[in-house]
Design a protein around this ligand. Structure first.
Ligand code: UDP
Ligand code: MG
Length: 316
């Protein structure tokens, strides 16, 4: 690993980004030029775009750029697999061909200047550098608050992540090798990377709005991403259900005492409403419990099949 003048690979997952790429590629190439001029990165540094089965002209745009500038490279997945898989495919494609990889979205939402700070930290000896959002001014009120609620919820559910860090980070060759050892299908890179450990640090950056195109992460995707994150890293929800069962048993005991007292003192009511209420209540709790258990069984089902996590169709 070269810490003096590293070869940096900027990895960008791209799904239908034909509008954003012509804006973000020059910015990224500019950053690479700047680092080469300053002598902090090799002039062989490059960008690798991981085309996640885009349905627009993303791949054609990339091929066009590649023909003009060899530093723009790409892998194209056989079909749309989602951001995490596209990112992993990109990181594994540059593994062994760079000293450090930096993952960033293709829409310039994450300030690309932080790349320079990350490389500086790498040169000082860090293996992993996390990009952390210093503010979310440009996110909508809704996105900002739901995101923060997810972070807190994940924390209480026992998932260790770096607060306000998305997938903007530097990982050096050693960290990439270790990442390749994680064979799980349910990918939640923000949870996996902190488990790698090594010497790490953070850099802060401003989160901007998208340069072009629209978000590929609607609320439904965010929600399922958050649940995946929790259930692939922690078994705490199952334990909570167990505790809930204990509490219900205690309540049941109190109710039984009350019923016995009522019986012996002759105050037995035709308790239709209470029975109806408890049937619904208990039914609800049982269903939640089944749902949580099912969630984990579903995960096991997917893991045991051990299917390939992505298929690369073409490479430039
Ligand atoms: N992306 C992807 N596959 C998908 C959805 C998104 O590769 O199925 C990429 C997208 O091109 C972008 C990054 O993931 O580079 C983040 O997506 P987006 O900006 O739409 O998410 P947001 O910033 O709105 O959360
Ligand atoms: Mg974005």
């Amino acid at each position: 690993m070269n810490r003096e003048k590293p070869v940096i690979a900027v990895v960008m997952p791209c799904y239908n980004e034909e509008e954003a790429l012509p804006l973000s590629l020059p910015v990224m190439l500019g950053i690479l030029d700047k680092m080469a001029e300053q002598g902090i990165a090799s002039a062989d540094s490059y960008i690798l775009c991981s085309n996640d089965g885009s349905r627009d002209r993303t791949w054609e745009v990339l091929k066009d750029w590649h023909s003009r500038d060899q530093r723009v490279r790409g892998v194209s997945l056989a079909h749309n697999r989602g951001h995490q898989y596209a990112l992993l495919a990109g990181l594994m494609a540059v593994r062994g061909e760079c000293d450090a990889a930096i993952s960033i979205d293709a829409d310039l939402q994450d300030d690309p200047n932080a790349i320079i700070e990350m490389v500086k930290k790498y040169r000082e000896g860090c293996d992993i550098v996390y990009g952390v959002r210093s503010s979310r001014r440009t996110d909508t009120w809704f996105k900002r608050n739901t995101a923060h609620a997810f972070y807190s919820f994940q924390k209480t559910m026992g998932l260790q992540t770096i607060y306000d860090h998305a997938d903007y980070r530097l990982m050096d060759a050693k960290a990439l090798d270790m990442l390749s050892e994680f064979k799980e299908q349910n990918l939640f890179l923000r949870g996996i990377v902190p488990q790698i450990g090594l010497k790490w640090d953070v850099v802060y950056y401003e989160r901007n709005s998208r340069v072009a195109g629209e978000s590929k992460y609607p609320l439904s995707k965010m929600l399922s991403f958050s649940i995946d994150g929790i259930t692939s890293f922690s078994a705490l929800p199952i334990r909570y259900i167990f505790f809930m069962g204990i509490i219900f048993l205690i309540i049941d005991l109190i109710v039984a005492i009350y019923v016995l007292i009522s019986y012996f003192t002759g105050h037995v009511e035709p308790g239709w409403s209470s029975i109806m209420l408890s049937i619904w209540f208990v039914g609800g709790i049982v269903l939640i419990g089944l749902g949580v258990v099912g969630e984990y069984i579903g995960k096991i089902f997917i893991e045991v099949k051990a299917r390939p996590r992505y298929q690369i169709d073409e490479r430039i």
